[in-house]
Design a protein around this ligand. Structure first.
Ligand SMILES: Nc1ncnc2c1ncn2[C@@H]1O[C@H](COP(=O)(O)OP(=O)(O)OP(=O)(O)O)[C@@H](O)[C@H]1O
Ligand SMILES: [Mg+2]
Length: 276
């Protein structure tokens, strides 16, 4: 069991690091789950930005939002997001932009057929061709990235969008599993962002990833209350109590000294049970 501080990776959120007894264990993948607007992307960018501040290399796989929008949103927080490398897997870019995205490049490398498709048929061809190959292409791209440079931190935002992007008749769980295994065997500390896991399914990210940080959001008395729980953290002691979260112009913060109010606990319990 590893509980020493030297192999811990700070998330960039002090209260969360305290909940994790010093931070995440280096070189392992973790799930960050939560409903929409619960702060998953903010947490992910904060984690990558912390890496940049430490002089580490940070990589974001952007599926949910186009990179330009991410940079714009987080630059307003005064974060140096320019130093975060972003792989653009956003479907709008991929299907409609004239600019050849990295996914298309990887796809061309992989199958070598898109090059022959010219003119107006190209965008449509990419739209049709990419879904079958996108997860494998992403894995190839990451392999290439990791060969070219050492990365300390990786965020995939999000796995659900990646799944949707690759909707075919075939079950995407096998390429997802392969991608997660690849990430897990790389020495990068990774956050895999997902919606709340389906309690009736044994999603591969839940058993491959070494821990799960879950963000909760609930409207209580006309006010949005936010909490965080550590659902699982292999190889480490951790806080088992839900702690309050705030999102402000400095990003996410977790107050480890505070317990959540009783009425919020009741709502959180109801929420957690229904989510399980
Ligand atoms: N400066 C700020 N002050 C207060 N709240 C903010 C601020 N910036 C962002 N937020 C809140 O954080 C939320 C954004 O969280 P974020 O985009 O990280 O959520 P998410 O879990 O990634 O959502 P999605 O599932 O839709 O991708 C906003 O909806 C807003 O409520
Ligand atoms: Mg998001």
């Amino acid at each position: 069991m590893s509980d020493s501080r030297e192999d811990r990776v700070g998330t960039g959120i002090q209260g969360l690091d305290e909940m994790l007894r010093g931070g995440l264990i280096a070189g392992r993948p973790y799930v960050v789950s939560g409903t929409t607007g619960s702060g998953k992307t903010t947490l992910g960018i904060q984690f990558l930005h912390q890496g940049v501040k430490n002089g580490e290399r940070s990589l974001l796989v952007a599926v949910d939002e186009p990179p330009a929008e991410i940079r714009e949103n987080f630059r307003t927080l005064g974060w140096d997001v320019g130093k975060i490398r972003i792989l653009d897997v956003h479907p709008a870019t991929k299907a409609f932009s004239k600019r050849v995205s990295l996914v298309e490049v990887a796809a061309q490398r992989t199958v070598g057929v898109l090059r022959e498709m010219g003119g107006g048929g190209r965008a449509e061809a990419v739209k049709q061709a990419a879904p079958e190959i996108s997860i494998q292409s992403l894995q190839l791209m990451l392999k290439q990235e990791f060969q070219d440079a050492h990365y300390d931190r990786l965020v995939i935002d999000s796995l659900n969008s990646l799944r949707k992007l690759s909707e075919t008749d075939e079950d995407p769980s096998s390429p997802i599993m392969s991608l997660l295994r690849f990430i897990s065997e790389s020495s990068v500390t990774a956050l895999v962002i997902t919606d709340l896991p389906d309690p009736t399914e044994l999603e591969p990210e839940i058993f491959i990833c070494r821990g799960e940080i879950r963000l909760h959001k609930r409207l209580i008395s006309n006010k949005i209350d936010r909490w965080v729980t550590i659902e699982k953290f292999r190889g480490s002691a951790h806080d088992t109590v839900p702690r309050p979260v705030t999102i402000s112009e400095t990003g996410l913060s977790v107050d480890r000294s505070k317990k959540i109010p009783k009425n919020s606990i009741r709502a959180l319990q109801a929420f957690t049970y229904s989510a399980r």
